[in-house]
Design a protein around this ligand. Structure first.
Ligand code: GDP
Length: 402
């Protein structure tokens, strides 16, 4: 790739076009945006390159045979990109003076982060795509699963309906194509799986993400999880009268509970609860929590490997309970092809009623989607015009494919 200063559009028209993915937020956010970027690159005939720092290098195998998706170290896209023109400013300019193609920049920042909502989010408009397809190098900044936007663009509709007759499986298929654990991550996954999960009859995953880190309502969330798992018969009630001990004919099953959280107390409390008591069904419950990092530290490679290991282990479970609004949970359930029970948001000490709800779909939620009807120039509720787009179970203003 050549430097921007002497990079003219005519010169490059016969060359490859690129989409450069850059990382933002935690691993879940990064993985949902990578899948969205991959699909956008396929639809627009662009080469997908990833701008990985040391914190990402050790996580995945290269997905494309005989080529590397790593942004070359000598690429100008490693430079400070703060002053790069954005697609919004280009769209504004283009609206005003209908720019000639020769005036278009060779590199453009494509900002699809959550701050672009309402009338400033125009990526899903056909005219944005007409313009973007003329730019050789797009550098993507995003923390959102913007795949539903791609289904709104008329240019892509035919290809998408051929690629995904079942629209609820986009992440499941693309994620399983892209994300293969590196040897280092695979060793950890294998070791944990064989030692703690493989031998049990069933595996129940609990993903507990606490966003309120200043006043974490741990006890209320713990009570909510117990209410959710008991009400939905994912875990058995405790046998306070010790009655199951008297029924030796009952077939015992064993369940592994995989607890995934930054905090140790969830695994510890649950383990103590099931070690100190028998269950009414006679089932044996074994609780396993692989790590408790205490704090998010997304710039650290080992921290990210642990996060990836746990996402992968969750995806191998038979049933999942996940936390609302968590992209970490979205990746786990979508990779696993599972519809999780999603916990309700906790406010104060009361346990929500019901404590959790079964998701109807597998796709991740696009939490901050566009609200602008490009043709009618007014705000719109997209589910009212697309029957394969609905509001999310956990974020009522979000959108997901169904
Ligand atoms: P989200 O914030 O829940 O949407 O998920 P992200 O994955 O984008 O960001 C949260 C980050 O915090 C993760 O990527 C991990 O780095 C860390 N983290 C959060 N929960 C856990 C957990 O249960 N286990 C581990 N190992 N890390 C976690």
């Amino acid at each position: 790739m050549r430097k921007g200063a002497n990079f003219s559009i005519n010169e490059t028209s016969r060359e490859c076009k690129y989409l450069v993915w850059t990382s933002a937020n935690g691993l879940g956010n990064r993985m949902i945006t990578l899948v969205a970027a991959f699909l956008y690159a396929i639809l627009t005939d662009r080469v997908l390159l990833v701008r990985y720092g040391a914190d990402m290098i050790g996580l995945f195998c290269e997905p494309f045979p005989d080529s590397s998706w790593l942004l070359p170290k000598n690429s100008p896209c490693w430079e400070d990109l703060k002053h790069l023109e954005t697609h919004e400013s280009l769209l504004m300019k283009n609206k005003v003076n209908n720019s000639q193609d020769e005036l278009l920049p060779p590199f453009l920042a494509l900002n699809l982060t959550h701050i672009h909502v309402g009338h400033t989010n125009l990526f899903h408009c056909d005219r944005s795509q007409d313009l973007l397809q003329k730019i050789p190098v797009l550098i993507l900044w995003s923390n959102q699963y913007f795949v539903p936007s791609l289904f709104m663009i008329s240019l892509f509709r035919q290809d998408l309906s051929k690629m995904f007759p079942d629209k609820d499986t986009v992440f499941h298929h693309l994620g399983r194509y892209l994300f293969h654990p590196s040897n280092e991550a695979w060793k950890l996954i294998q070791k944990s799986y064989e030692a703690h999960l493989a031998k049990e009859n069933e595996r129940i995953g609990l993903q507990i993400r606490v966003f309120n880190i200043h006043h974490p309502p741990h006890q209320t969330i713990f009570n909510e999880i117990i209410a959710c798992t008991l009400q939905n018969k994912l875990l058995p009630e405790l046998d306070m009268l010790n009655s199951s001990a008297t029924s030796p004919l009952k077939k015992q099953t064993s369940k592994a509970v995989l607890v995934v959280s930054l905090y140790s107390e969830y695994g510890e409390k649950l383990r103590t609860m099931y070690q100190a008591n028998t269950t009414v069904t006679g089932d044996l419950i074994r609780v396993y929590q692989p790590s408790h990092e205490e704090h998010q530290n997304s710039n650290d490679d080992m921290h990210n490997i642990k996060a990836w290991t746990e996402i992968y282990l969750l995806s191998l479970c038979n049933a999942l309970v996940t936390s609302p609004r968590s992209t970490f949970g979205y990746v786990a359930h979508s990779l696993g092809g599972l519809k999780p029970w999603i916990l309700q948001g906790v406010y104060g000490k009361a346990i929500p009623d019901p404590p959790c709800q079964r998701a109807k779909y597998m796709e991740p939620c696009f939490q901050y989607p566009p609200e602008y009807d490009c043709r009618a120039n007014k705000t719109i509720d997209f589910p009212s015009i697309f029957n394969h787009i609905k509001h999310c179970d956990d974020v009522s203003s979000g959108l997901r494919l169904v």
